[in-house]
Structures are given as C-alpha cells and as structure tokens.
Design a protein around this ligand. Structure first.
Ligand SMILES: [Zn+2]
Length: 696
C-alpha cells in the first residue's frame, strides 16, 4: 500500500503561519499542516454562518468552492404529485412507527439505563445510538417543512434523555460502558466500534433539528464531544492518540458542523481523518473494507464496504467544497468515473457483494445476489449532490435521479411501514431462504437489528424538497421536477417564486412559472435529463434552442412576474443493454421510461398461477412498448406492456443436454412491467429487471 501525504498549498500556508513544534515522528501530520489546531494557540479562523432557518440540506452559503448554493428545505413546498404520497406516508406512518420500533427495541432504554431511569440491559449492536440520531435528523427535516408540536415534543424529550448521559469529558455513547468502558476509542474499537460514526450521525441529526427549531441542545452536546473529548485527545500531536473513523460518517458531519458554527477547526479535523493517521496499525484489507485509514487522495477506485465508501466520498467532497484542494477533486472525479463506468446498477444502487456488503470488481453486477443496500444508494445520492454543488454539471444530477426514483425509492414499502435492506434486481422468494436480511422469506421488514436503512430513507424523503433547486451567482438551477412552489431569493436578495406544474415522471411535460419580486436579469438553468433524447423548451410560448440531454439549459433573460418555461421531455421507453462484461446481463434488456426503471413481477404475468416462474420469458426487441397509467395499482403507477414469448419452464429439461436439441416451442405473450420501486408490495413473487430478449 503506497501511502503518500498530500496537502494543498493554501492549507500549508494558512497552517504554517501558526504551526507549533512537533515531534519528528509526527512529520506526516505536520506536513499536513494540522498541528496548529491541536496546540494551545488555535487559529481564530472562522467564517460567517447562516441564520439557522436559511440553511439547506447541507449549508453551502459560505463554501468557497461550491458553485451552487443550497436552498432551504422549507423554501420549497412539494404539492400533490409523484412525491407527495411518499412524503405524507413518511410523516404519517414511517417516522411514527420507527419511533415506536426504536423504543420497543430498547434504543432509548440504552440511554435511560445510564441515567438510572431504566433497568433494561443494553440492546442492539454498537451502532444503535445512530438509529436514534438518524431518526432525529428525519424529524428535523420534517419540522423544517412545517412545525408539528407533538412530534417536536416527543423528540425534545428523547434529546433530553440523550444529553443527560454525556460525561464531563464530553464522551457520549451507550455501548462502551461498564465492563466495555476500557475499550473506548482503542484502535480495535475505532475500526469496528462505530463511536465516531454514532457521533457523526448525532451531529447531523442535531444540525437538522437546530435548523428546524433553533434548539441547540443536541448540537451543543455534539460540540462538547468534539471540542472536549475528541480534539484534545486525538490527533497528530505528541500527546494525542491516533484516530481512524472506521466507518466514514464523522468527516461529512464535521464539515457540516464547521458550516454551522463557522469554526474552521472541524474542517481541519475532517481533513486529518480523511488523510489517515499512519499510527493506526491497520491491515491492508481493513483499509480497503473501511475506506479510510490511508490518504483519500491516494484512492483510485471504489472498493470495500459500499456505504463506507460512499460516505467517505461525501466527506471528501465536503472537504473539497471548503478547501478547494485540487488533489481531492481529481480523486473524486476518478472515483466517479469508476462508479459510472463499472459499479453503478441501473437502479442507482451500488454494492454488488453480500460478503462485506461490498463493491465487486469492475462490471461485477449480479442481479439476484446484488447487495444494493438502501443506505448505499442514499450515500450515492448524497455524494452526487455534493459533486453537483461543486461543478453545476448535470451528469451528477442524472445519478441522483436514477438512485432516488429507483434504488432508494424501492427501499421503503408503499405503506411506509416496511423496508428493504437489500435492493436486488432479481428475486425468487423460493430461493432466498439463506439470505440473512430476509425474515420469514420477506425482503421487506418493519425492523432489522441493524436498522440503518429505515431512518436513512426517512431522512432522505423528509429532506427531499431541499434537493429541487440550487442558486448560483448568476441565477437558479432546477434539478428535480414535481408539482411544487419555491419561495426563495437570488444572491442579490431579489425575492423569487418558482412554480412547477407537471405529471412527471409519468409525463414529460413540465410547466414552470418564474416570478421575481421585481423584474431582474438572471439565468434559469433547467435540467435536461440524460435519458431524454428529444426535447423542446419554450419561454413565454416561444421556442428556446439549445436543449441537450444530460445538461442544464441556460436561459438568460430579464425575467418578470409570471414568465413561463414549458418543457417537453422525451418519454419514449428505452430498452437498455449492459456492457457485455456484465455477465449476468448478457442477452438481457432492462426497461426505462423517463427516470423510472421497470421490472417484471410474476403476479402481473398471465401465467402466474401456472406454477411456472419468470425464467421462461423473453421480450422481442423489435416490439413496441405501450404505457398506460393504472390509478388503483400500487398507489397509481405506469404499467408497460411489451410483446414477448413464453416457453416451458427451464426446469422441464435436464441440467445439461445436447445443444442440437430443438428448442421448446415458445408461445407469444405480452409481458407486463411495473416500476421497480413498487416491487414486493404484494404477495411474495419472482421479480426481474433484466429480461432475456430475442432480437428480430
Ligand atoms: Zn442501511
């Protein structure tokens, strides 16, 4: 493993100005320019902070290398349309039922016990505290949309129980207590114990809650952990111990903490962790699996645990957005190329292997065995959101959309009460009994002892309105389409209302009304999705040229109240093939219409009661796909019908037979496909995204 120290010139200059003497053994840390923050003479370098009500999903208002600035979650109201049902269910069903599940599985008793308020034993794995924090973050985003006094009251009570157990040292964790106390922050604990992962989620939850309510209780506890416990004891100094995040998460949380407080030291600590502390005795396979512990800028590919890798990329992009360190940007783009060339499932999921919940080799994208953890798809979206902010490039939004509408959206059942941990692209309920993430053969379950995915999905849907728009120095970017109204302002302070009317993603027609408070010249950057080959854009009824798939169309003009943009995207259904190197997809096609990836579920096929499975189906690539909306099916979905054939079940032949044997006659049939996100919401049934085809 080649470990190379990298640091930016800018960082070096700012840090060397106040550098303290450091022992030569810490030369690596010293060359990083990080010694100063751990000494007694800390820099008083702070940046202005944003009013808590005006911060977005992440707050890029003062991030020098963010081309795009986030818009507050509360500034955009998502109206009746595609996402409204999901979001209503999230707040009415998912968030409350997850609250009860967390309580019933002892996640709050873990805190109360340490305060003498419960006699229950410790329950759950080492990362159980994070379940509470991620749920709190979902509540925070929900309360940013609008106050809900009962929800706020119950969350306030939970927060009080959490902060009550914080020790005078600042340490806060429910697992490493009693006979486990001596294990705290030992090297082996840092790699597997998730102490910093828990605190990272605590900070994110605290920040979302603060941005909703102005309440700093949890935030201040998080700051005490970092200021009083972490920074004095862990870092490059001679009297400090080595640090490794183990499961990346703390990095992006520290950068967001810096954005929230204006304190530069948290960015420096994130940079130190991203760089890796050479004193931690890690094995090469740990550095691969954990995606930390070596300089992030020495990474050349995605590997190891998929959620860890995605969260590390989020933290590294956050670090870039604050520092502009070119070596980070270069690495991030190389990793993104690896993602989209070799590792990205068609549903936007990542992580091919169940073993280690890990990335596979290039093009290793199995379907039934796909891991595709909901958290990894969310991490993918969060990372691309940061890459988009840094660049303004629509190729990142295309990945966000692919993940959001498909591999993330599939993670939660339509009733909001059960969740997928894995999101495979093929499924046979009869053959999945060995899967440790199935309970009684069910891929969707209300509760997992490792319950990372459910609150992760909840925080994503609760924050969704914050992903619709960004602002830039010259205008506004429109990323996502759904019925909605934004009330925000341009960078010069001019108030701006943007209204969208659409039936997206079922229809490609989007009407946007642009209403600045006073007539102003600026650019409306409207996203032309990469899948839309033919596009028309009209401004106040007149055609506006230049729309290209996978780019933002810049419409610069003097806008005044009630100006309109009418867009028509191409909703032709595409039959996609995969690179031949993806062995499982050879001879198969997937269906995509707009941003939605479709699948066959056996229940929808005419033969489903015959005992045959999906193996006998083919689709004819020269056939014409028809799409029709079924309002009562699966909460209302577009259903695709496509000509195909069905032959006898594959089990009717021997295991091997001469290739010269005549093929069994196939009967014509019509294959029906539903959106992938809606699969496994009825009786257990076989499912496949990639379907064998016959080419005319
Ligand atoms: Zn998860």
């Amino acid at each position: 493993m080649i470990v190379k120290d990298r640091f930016s010139r800018r960082r070096f200059i700012t840090a060397t100005a106040s550098m303290l003497p450091a022992a030569s053994v810490y030369a690596s840390a010293k060359s990083m320019g990080l010694v100063s923050m751990f000494g007694t003479a800390q820099r008083a370098e702070t940046t202005p902070t944003t009013n808590w009500r005006d911060a977005g999903v992440i707050d890029l208002s003062h991030s020098p290398y963010a081309k795009l600035k986030t818009v507050p979650v509360r500034a955009v109201v998502i109206q009746d349309g595609f996402w409204s049902q999901r979001r209503k269910t999230n707040v009415a069903s998912s968030i409350p039922s997850m609250h009860d599940d967390l309580i019933n599985h002892g996640r709050m008793d873990n805190f109360k016990r340490l305060a003498g308020k419960s006699s229950e034993p410790q329950k759950g794995p080492v990362y159980s505290d994070s379940d509470i924090y991620k749920w709190t973050e979902a509540v925070g985003f929900q309360l940013q949309v609008g106050d809900q006094p009962e929800l706020r009251k119950s969350t306030d009570a939970m927060i009080r129980d959490v902060v009550a157990i914080q020790e005078p040292s600042g340490y806060l964790n429910t697992y490493y207590n009693g006979d486990k106390k001596t294990l705290r922050m030992q090297y082996d604990t840092q790699t597997t114990g998730h102490e910093l992962y828990n605190i990272g989620h605590m900070l994110q939850g605290a920040i979302a809650y603060y941005r909703a309510t102005g309440d700093r209780t949890l935030l201040d506890a998080g700051i005490r952990f970092v200021d009083d416990f972490l920074i004095p004891n862990y870092g490059p100094g001679a009297n400090q111990k080595a640090i490794v995040s183990g499961h990346p998460e703390i990095e992006m949380a520290l950068v967001e903490l810096s954005r929230t407080t204006g304190e530069r030291k948290y960015i420096d600590l994130a940079g130190y962790i991203l760089h890796g502390d050479a004193r931690v005795p890690l094995k090469p396979q740990q550095i691969v699996y954990m995606y930390c512990g070596m300089p992030f800028t020495s990474r050349t590919k995605l590997e190891g645990h998929a959620v860890r890798a995605m969260y590390a990329c989020c933290g590294a992009t956050d670090y870039y957005l604050e520092t502009g360190d070119a070596s980070y940007w270069k690495t991030l783009n190389a990793l993104w190329d690896d993602l989209t060339a070799h590792q990205l499932y068609v549903n936007g999921g990542v992580g091919a292997r169940a073993a280690g919940e890990a990335f596979g080799d290039a093009y290793e994208l199995p379907n039934a065995q796909a891991y595709g953890e909901s958290c990894a798809a969310i991490g993918n979206m969060m990372w691309n959101w940061r890459m988009l902010a840094a660049s303004g490039e629509a190729k990142f939004t295309d990945v966000i959309e692919r993940a959001l509408y498909n591999g993330i959206n599939s993670g939660m059942s339509l009733d909001g009460k059960t969740y997928c941990y894995r999101n495979p692209l093929a499924f046979d309920p009869a053959g999945e009994s060995r899967d440790r993430h199935l309970v009684d053969g069910k891929i969707r379950n209300a509760w997992y002892d490792t319950t990372c995915c459910p609150p992760n999905l909840e925080r994503t849907f609760a924050s969704l309105s914050g992903y619709f728009y960004s602002t830039s120095s010259d205008g506004v970017y429109v990323h996502l389409y759904d019925n909605s109204e934004m009330n925000w302002n341009l960078h010069d302070g001019t108030g701006l209302k943007v209204e969208q009317k659409t039936n997206y993603p079922w229809s490609g027609e989007v009407k946007i009304k642009v209403s600045p408070a006073t007539p102003s010249e600026f650019v409306m950057y409207v996203r032309i999705p990469g899948w839309s080959t033919k596009n028309t854009v009209k401004v106040n009824g007149k055609e506006f040229a230049g729309a290209k798939p996978g780019q933002y169309l810049a419409i610069r003009r003097r806008w005044s109240a009630d100006d309109t943009i009418d867009m028509q995207f191409d909703m032709t259904t595409h039959l996609l093939k995969a690179n031949p190197a993806v062995t499982e997809d050879r001879g198969r096609v997937a269906f995509q219409r707009g941003p939605i990836v479709f699948c066959m579920e056996h229940l929808d096929q005419p033969d489903h009661s015959s005992g045959m499975n999906l193996a006998g189906y083919t689709v004819l690539t020269d056939g014409v796909t028809t799409a029709h909306f079924e309002p009562t099916l699966l909460d209302g979905v577009m259903v695709l019908s496509h000509p195909g054939t069905i032959s006898k079940s594959a089990t009717d032949t021997g295991l091997y037979f001469p290739a010269s044997t005549p093929e069994a006659p196939a009967s014509p049939t019509t294959v029906r496909l539903i959106p992938y996100y809606a699969w496994a919401n009825r009786d257990p049934a076989s499912m496949q995204v990639w379907i064998p085809y016959k080419q005319a």
